[in-house]
Structure formats: structure tokens, C-alpha cells
Ligand binder design. Structure first.
Ligand SMILES: [Zn+2]
Length: 393
């Protein structure tokens, strides 16, 4: 595992994955010699990045408790921010990625980038103040944004949260803080979160499809986030399922998003729905989709039909995804999964109906409940990954 990384990265990452682990086990899992592990852990302890404890395990028949190692949770803190069309969420995690404090501020789509950066700064400083964490203990910040985001360049080529394309948001937020700042697509952060902390921890390859205001996707292949040739990665939500089909928010027609997302459902149930006004003020539509979902779950048959149809479209699109990628697992998550089985059951059914004849290897589809902690931990994972890779040795 991780043979392309430095020895120190491999040790830190192995300790992270196993919470408490002995030096012998680290040697086994990394393939490094025991003497190398002794030297590396000594140095990491000297830097305050790891701590050790005697586990006192009663099953240890040698009579001597084995010393185990863990990341030092207070070695530093990481801040994650997620910009959505209806709110800004901010969370602080410790060095282990555990969320220690969070807050939510109102936010709206189509904002000037400077204004959005001001709100991010306000949220980060207030969150740190509330948690009583000095800003000099922050190791980095990552902002998750929906849209076409190049993490490497720090540029948001398009996002419904900004009023203009081609925003160098990384430099805008970096100018406000002394620590390292990153931006990343929000679905990619959920993929990272599941891989580092969640149900994808033991999986080398999997896909995540997020259903919200839009449809997103993150892909982990061979334990790495796949970002594609352009640094942006897959745009599942804007792959086409009906050529010349329904108008999409992106300006094209027939995208998955135009059939499955929150606004796609609102458009089907509200004869006065306007994509233009949705694009201008998506926040105002958020209570509408929540109410429609509740009414459908309470038994409104007409509304249930709309959700079921959206689920079928989602399943057809996932059938294409499986035909192309054949991931062993797809996680379905995002606020849109508030509709639960109304969307998920028809989606699963369509996946089965459209799978290749003779397929013996069903892709597992797991509904993963969404929470602000999930993306915050993804943001933490991204920053910690950068920190680990900068550990020399
Ligand atoms: Zn589109």
C-alpha cells in the first residue's frame, strides 16, 4: 500500500486508519522494517504528531501491555467550509478528523466571489472563536463548492454559488488567512470522507452519487480520488440521458440533473416553475422541495409518482455508469435522498433492468445518509492528505 508515498506518510496514514496500532502492526502493514518504524515514530512523537499509550489488553498473555500509537488529536486543527445554494456550513476537525465544532450561516447562490470570500472568512473566524481554538493552531482550510472546480489550479470554472465563471477562489480565500487554503468539488469531498472515515474505508474503488440542488459524483479508484485529465473529474450530473431533452441549469439539454435533481422534481410538480428564477434565487426553492418530499412521504400519490420517475431516470443513468466504470459499490447520498425509498427503490430496479445481459457481478448500491459532518471530514481529509504528503523522509 502507498508505495508511491514517503515512509513517513505511510506510517502516519496507517496510524490514522487504525486509530490505535502497535509498532509491530505498523511494520506489517507498511512493509517497512521494525527499526525504520522505531526511528520514524520517534521523530513523529518528537514533533507532537503522534502519541502512545499502553493498551492494558487483558488478552495479552505475555503479561506486558503492548504500547500502541495514535495520531495526536490536538496536533492541529483543520477547517472545512461547504458553500451550498441555501447555506454555508463551517466545521472544525482535530488532527484525527473528528469534528469538534460547527456552525451554519445563511448563504445564497449567484454571489460575487469577493462577497462569498468575506462570508467564508466571517464563518471561519466565528467558528474558531466559538470553539476557543487559536487561529495559529489551524493547519489548513478547504472550501467545498458545487460545480466545475479545479482543485489543482484553485479555480472554479463554473458554480451556481457565484455570479460569474472562472473564479480563482483559492487565491481569494488564501489572501485572508496565513494557513494553506484549498478548494474542491463538494461531491469529491464526500468521496474522500467515505474513503477516510466512512463506509468506503475498506474499499479501494467506489463511486459516490450526490442528489441535491444538482447531481454530483466523486470517484475513488485504487485508493485515490480520480480527477481526470482536466483536474475536475467526472461530471455525471451533466452526462446526457435524453438527447435534446429537458433544459438543464447548465444551459444544455437532457442532462441527468435535469431529470433527477431537486429542481427537476419541482419543475414537474409546479406549473409556474421557472428555471431562470431558480438560477437567480435557488435558496427560495429549498423549502418547496422539502415540503413536496414530506407530502409525498405522507402518502400523496401524484407526488410519489414524480419522485418514482426521477428515481427511474437516476437508475438508468447509474446503469450507464456501471456499464462504463463497473464500480463494485455506488453510494447514493446528498440532501435529495431525504426522499428515501421513493427515489432509491425505482433507481435500484432500473439499474437491474438495464444491466448488461449475463452480468454476474451486481454493483452494490448503498444509501448513505447525508450530514454536515460527512463533507467537513472530507475537507479535513483533503487538507490532512496534503499535510501528510509534505512530511519528508
Ligand atoms: Zn447540464
Amino acid at each position: 500500500m502507498d508505495r508511491q508515498h514517503s515512509s513517513r506518510y505511510r506510517v502516519v496514514n496507517t496510524v490514522r486508519r487504525h486509530k490505535w496500532i502497535s509498532r509491530v502492526e505498523i511494520a506489517e502493514k507498511t512493509g517497512l522494517s521494525r527499526s525504520a518504524i522505531t526511528g520514524l515514530t520517534h521523530e513523529l512523537m518528537r514533533q507532537g504528531l503522534i502519541i502512545e499509550s499502553e493498551d492494558g489488553d487483558p488478552t495479552n498473555t505475555r503479561g506486558r501491555p503492548r504500547v500502541k500509537i495514535s495520531l495526536n488529536p490536538t496536533a492541529g486543527y483543520v477547517v472545512g467550509v461547504k458553500l451550498s445554494l441555501h447555506q454555508l456550513s463551517c466545521a472544525i476537525t482535530n488532527f484525527c478528523g473528528d469534528v469538534v465544532h460547527s456552525l451554519i450561516l445563511p448563504f445564497n447562490g449567484s454571489q460575487p466571489p469577493d462577497y462569498a470570500a468575506d462570508i467564508v472568512e466571517t464563518a471561519v473566524r466565528r467558528c474558531l472563536g466559538d470553539a476557543k481554538i487559536p487561529i495559529n493552531q489551524v493547519l489548513g482550510l478547504c472550501v467545498g463548492i458545487p460545480g466545475y472546480i479545479s482543485h489543482a489550479e484553485g479555480i472554479c470554472y463554473w458554480s451556481p454559488v457565484f455570479d460569474q465563471p472562472n473564479v480563482n477562489f483559492q487565491s481569494l480565500i488564501s489572501s485572508r488567512f496565513d494557513f494553506k487554503c484549498f478548494i474542491e468539488n463538494d461531491a469529491n469531498l464526500i468521496a474522500l470522507s467515505l474513503h477516510w472515515f466512512g463506509k468506503g474505508k475498506e474499499l479501494e474503488t467506489f463511486a459516490v452519487v450526490t442528489v441535491e440542488h444538482g447531481i454530483g459524483m466523486g470517484l475513488i479508484t485504487n485508493n485515490r480520488l480520480y480527477r481526470g485529465a482536466n483536474g475536475i473529474g467526472p461530471e455525471f450530473g451533466h452526462s446526457k440521458i435524453v438527447f435534446e431533452g429537458r433544459p438543464c441549469r447548465c444551459g444544455q439539454n437532457g442532462c441527468v440533473e435535469a431529470y433527477v435533481s431537486d429542481y427537476a422534481i419541482l419543475r414537474e410538480i409546479d406549473p409556474y416553475f421557472s428555471l431562470e428564477s431558480y438560477n437567480t434565487n435557488p435558496q427560495s426553492f429549498h423549502p418547496m422541495i422539502e415540503q413536496a418530499t414530506k407530502r409525498a412521504l405522507d402518502g400523496d400519490k401524484e407526488l410519489q409518482k414524480v419522485f418514482n420517475e426521477a428515481g427511474q431516470w437516476l437508475g438508468r443513468a447509474m446503469g450507464n455508469l456501471i456499464a462504463i466504470m463497473n464500480p463494485p459499490t455506488i453510494f447514493l447520498t446528498g440532501e435529495g435522498m431525504r426522499s428515501g425509498v421513493m427515489l432509491a427503490d425505482p433507481a435500484r430496479e432500473a439499474v437491474l433492468n438495464y444491466q448488461l445481459a449475463g452480468n454476474q457481478f451486481d454493483t452494490e448500491i448503498i444509501i448513505n445518509p447525508t450530514s454536515d459532518d460527512i463533507w467537513a471530514q472530507g475537507a479535513a481529509a483533503l487538507v490532512l492528505e496534503h499535510l501528510y504528503t509534505t512530511l519528508s523522509g
